[in-house]
Design a protein around this ligand. Structure first.
Ligand code: AMP
Ligand code: GLY
Length: 423
């Protein structure tokens, strides 16, 4: 079978890495990919959002299955286009992907189905939003309705911060159209957990849990990033929560989508806040998490390909997924300055040495090969995952591996999987 993975991050490298191990796979392409995917598959220089060129490539090369990594092509309807062309593709349609691409759509569905989530109000008029802020208890969470590269969620500690956020988003168009409508919701306390479910329209199978670390600096300080590290399994999850998650979140969600005539087939990743009264939904993502995927897939013993196929075919209930009992810890290495301005083109050393270590895997994100050398090419550069009998053992191995990798300006958090009580 020939497979195309769309995207260029650590998540896509992990997907390519896992699919390479599948006996059913003969050849893998990655568009546009990075230096890591280029070692395992054939990188194709087509941007993830250039749908017509991607479709032409898939037809010309007789690709059997396309797996979409990032959220923006999904939100823009890549799956619908592939389906129209009768091309096999893994991911939700545009209308199903609204669970992620419109926070208002997700909130309304959760309200209709009484799915536990933060109490929220939505606004398309900035004066109304500002008036509402006179009445609320702080902190509040202000969210741009649409996709904003993970930066569209602001926690406003007081009314002054709320006012300037509303102004920036709604009046000055900081996130363009994505921020013209906003959600203002109550601030939830607790600990976060990332769930991943392969949803086939009617049924779903959970992957192992993970937790990520979003803030750029140790101790959860500094601005939010796409994710600075992750570990699996999550230490705040149990059977009771899993039952509650099924009955109060997944079943009502599937029912709500069905009532709207929407069928979700793909990977659904609900971000949850676990508090004293159980799990509440912070957000729905409609694709694999990054860096959660780099922590979860190394623990998956089952072949991923039949699981993706069963999800597309509405047959995921025929499958069980086998897991490595060991824990994993993933540390993300970034360019200095990320998530703000950073420099690229810095040569990376130590990769070959680390590649020889047992139970350690390097997943590339912002890297590229220039004149035979691997250099930095983005904000998040690498994700290093280690497996171990315990989280602490995996953590020690991951940091041992990270200490051997060098590039100018390299930054990483020292407390991944250590600061386990919060985000
Ligand atoms: P989201 O993109 O909606 O998951 O938000 C990004 C991050 O903001 C989450 O992972 C949480 O850390 C934080 N967050 C979002 N909504 C809330 C909330 N209602 N209460 C507390 N923190 C939140
Ligand atoms: N790590 C969070 C995300 O992928 O959205």
């Amino acid at each position: 079978m020939k497979i195309l993975v769309i995207g260029s991050g650590g998540r896509e490298h992990a997907l390519v890495w896992k699919l390479t191990q599948s006996p059913g796979v003969d050849r893998i392409f990655c568009a546009p990919g990075n230096a890591g995917t280029g070692q395992l598959s054939e990188n194709v220089a087509i941007p993830a959002t250039d749908f017509s060129t991607l479709i032409r490539f898939v037809k010309e090369n007789r690709v059997d299955l396309t797996v979409v990594g990032p959220d923006d092509p999904l939100a823009a309807g890549i799956v619908d286009l592939f389906q129209t062309e009768k091309l096999r593709v893994f991911g939700p349609t545009k209308s199903a992907a609204r669970l992620e691409s419109s926070k208002i759509f997700a909130k309304e569905l959760m309200r209709d189905q009484k799915i536990p989530t933060a109490l929220a109000n939505t606004f398309s008029n900035s004066n109304e939003a500002l008036r509402y802020c006179e009445e609320v208890k702080f902190p509040v969470v202000i969210k741009a309705d649409g996709l904003a590269l993970g930066k569209g969620v602001i926690i406003a500690p007081d009314i002054a911060a709320a006012r300037s956020t509303i102004d920036e988003m709604m009046t000055h168009g900081r996130f363009g159209e994505a921020g013209r409508r906003i959600v203002i919701e109550e601030f939830l306390r607790g600990s976060e957990c990332s769930l991943h479910a392969l949803v086939d329209g009617k049924n779903y199978r959970l992957l192992e849990t993970a937790r990520d670390h979003k803030c750029v600096f140790d101790g959860d300080k500094g601005p939010n990033t796409g994710g600075m590290g992750a570990f699996s399994p999550a230490n705040n999850w149990n059977r009771e929560l899993e039952t509650q998650f099924d009955q109060k979140i997944m079943q009502p969600l599937l029912r709500g989508l069905h009532e709207k005539g929407v069928e979700f087939r793909g990977l659904l990743f609900p971000g949850l806040m676990i508090g004293a009264d159980g799990a509440r939904v912070l957000e729905f993502n409609c694709r694999f998490g990054d860096p959660e995927t780099q922590a979860i897939l190394p623990r998956m013993k089952s072949d991923l390909l039949p699981l993706l196929e069963a999800t597309i075919d509405g047959k995921i209930d025929n499958h069980t997924i086998a897991w490595d009992e060991r824990a994993s810890v993933t540390v993300v290495l970034t360019s200095g300055g990320y998530p703000d301005k950073y420099e690229t083109g810095k040569p990376i050393s130590g990769l070959d040495e680390v590649a020889k270590l047992d139970d350690v895997q390097i997943f590339h994100a912002g890297t590229k090969r220039v004149n035979g050398k691997i250099v930095t090419a983005g904000g998040r550069v690498l994700a290093v995952t280690a497996l171990g009998p315990t989280i602490d053992a995996a953590r020690t191995s991951a940091y041992e591996a990270v200490s051997r990798i060098h590039f100018e300006g390299c930054h990483y958090r020292r407390d991944i999987a250590l600061a386990r009580s919060s985000g």
